[in-house]
Each structure stands twice: as C-alpha cells, then as structure tokens.
Design a protein. Sequence first.
Length: 343
Amino acid sequence: MVRWLVIAAALLLVLLLPFRIPYTIKTIAKVQPRREWLVVRAEDGQISTHLWNHQSATLERVTVTQMLRGDATEFQILPGVLGSAEVAEGDTIAILHSADLVQAIAALQGDLTAARGSLLALSTGEKLPMIEEAQHQIEHAVVMAQEQKRVAERLAELHARQLVPFQEYELALATQQAFEANIAVARSRLASIQTGAKKEEIAAMEAQIAALEKELAALQQKAEGYLLRSPLSGTRIQHFASDTLLAVAETGSCILTMPVRARDRSLLIGGEEVTIRASESRISRKGSVVFINPMLELLNGEQVFWVVARLEQPTGLISGLFVPCELKCKSLSKWQYLQRFME
C-alpha cells in the first residue's frame, strides 16, 4: 500500500513540475543530390540541358540548342569526361559541331573587316595626291589672279589718260574678279578633300558596321551554346532513359526527402535538426530542415506531408539510399507528450 502511494505521489509531482519533454519524430528518408544536370536528346535531334533542384523541386534552368534547318551537325562528348567519374563546375562536357554556323561566322567576319576598311577610307583614306593637286590648283589660280590684277591696274591708268576705252578696262576688271573667284573655289575643294567624306556617308557606314557586329555577336553567342559546360561540381551518374545522353549529380551537398504524419505538422516550423542514425544507434550525419511541403498525401493509408532536409559534404551517402532519420522538434508539455504516447 505504501509503495503505491509513493508511486502516485511521484507521478503527481512529475505532472505538477514546470518542465517540458524533448520530442523527436522518427521516419525514413531518401537520399538525393541537391541538384542534378541532365543532357537530353529530343526526338527531333535537338540537344537540351536541364538543371534540376531537388531541394525546391524546381527546374532551375533549361537550355535548348536549336539547329539550322538542313545543317550538318555532330555531337561529341569529350573523351576526358568519359574517362573520369568526377566533373568540376565549368568543365566543358561536350561539343556540338556545326559546319553551317562556322561558315556563317567566317563570312560575317569578312564583311565586318571590309566595312571597317571602307570606313577608314571614307574618314582618312589615301588622299595625298588629291590634296597636292588641289594645292597646285590654288597656286595656279593665285598666279593668274595676280597677273590679271596687274593688267587691270595698267588699263586703269591708261583709261584715266583716255588712251583706252572704258569697255576694255571693264572687261579686264571682270576677268580679275573671275580669277579671284577661282581661288575661293580651289580653296573650298581642298577643304572638302581634307575633311573627308560627308557626315551622312560616314554615319551610314558606322550603322552598317554596328549591325554586322550585332549579328556576329549573336552567332558567336550561339556558337558558345554549342559548348556544353557543367554548371555544378559532382559525379557523372548513369541514367537508363534512352534520351538522356549524360547526367551529373552534385556531390557538395545532398537532400533527404522524408514523410511525416499529418498530426505532427504543428511541431515543425523549419530549420529543425535532422539526424541520420546508422546501425547500433551511432550518429552518422546531421542536417537541417529546409523545406516543408504544405500539401498532404496518402502513404500506406495514412496522411503525410513531405519534409526536405539538407546535408553538407555527405561523404558515403549514395543517391537513392533509404536511411532512418530523427527530426528534433520543439519540446512538448507533459500532457501533449502523454497524449502522443497513448496514441
């Protein structure tokens, strides 16, 4: 009788003391790479790459290499990639050769070189002979004008003494003015030659060069897309889908995808510690919750939601492996713990 009283007193004391009980959720998680990069060949022969983020369940990036119609192309995975299991970020994985694209780039480069040469000729060109000729014309016009000026001055003196008619003096004066006008015309021609082409001609050539440069940059960017570079560091893995040419799984981190019963949803807020326990209860890895899917699903007749945890440097964990996990939740009150214990 006394023993039962002691037990009842102890239970009452436990219930009355103000403390909370730590609580963990045990479940099974699937190991997956955080990100995965796939090189895929479509039915029409187009090559595309897909960067999957399993942590957020999203497709981060898709690139599609669109071939020119009738273009002869060759897709080649580099031998160094096939001979190694490890891939570094930025490594060139494969090359897509296109004869038509190479030819188009070469033709544009030739047109651009020719256009730049034309602009140089319009701006500064080889115009030394023309400049010298214009200078000689100015000198000749000056000599002729000076000679005619002297003739006009003599006729003016003779006319003053009434030795020549006024009409002869007037004709000499008009000729002098014409020679002086020739000087102005020759000087204007020299200035035009030294200045170069009209501004409109230079502007048109510059616009043509800019258009060629943009077209060439677009083709070079397309050619850059024909070099497939890995966006992540990881391990080359085997996919058995016939359309998948290559797959790389990130090795710097991995994720754990695990089901949790719907009744435990209120215990998780994100950031909880996740522990992978190997055999004999030894701790092998620790991570934290990074995503909680708010949608419920039915698994083995019970409603669950999916939780995603992230682990850094997951050495020894293989993609696709199922491992036992524990989620460290917020502590429960004694009544909450007793209620869950009795369920």
